[in-house]
Design a protein around this ligand. Sequence first.
Ligand code: FES
Length: 148
Amino acid sequence: MTDGAHLTTVDTVHDAGSWLFTVRDAYGELDEVILVPCDDRVEGWINRCTHEAQRLDVGRGAAMRDGEIICPRHGSTFDSCAGDCDNGDAAGTRLVPIETTVEDGDVYLSDSSVTFANEGGIDEATTSPADDVDDEDDLPSSTSHIGF
Ligand code: FES
């Protein structure tokens, strides 16, 4: 199911500190992914702490320090390159990886288990334009006066 969607650039992730996007799995379920700097490249991780269902990036960018992603709830830190945690409540666990590919400084989604949904978090997913929210006039009336 690799769609190879272009996500962003390595420079953008390094400048911003992290980059949030949303993917859709084989069952149609949405999940958030964070891209974080790792040496001179980037790594992608599901945006959820392994201790509790806590978003690492709550919409303002993931908190990072010395190559570690900091969980905002209890403070466990995860290695941005390996995804593993050796401290606090999440010690001994590893973030769920999402595979990406870098080509000429551009980052592409290459994980076969998901497809790109939208930039930003799940809440930022675009809904279809509210071109007509009043469905009543879209349907034929059940008490139609249409003559045949
Ligand atoms: S929820 Fe992340 S360390 Fe507890």
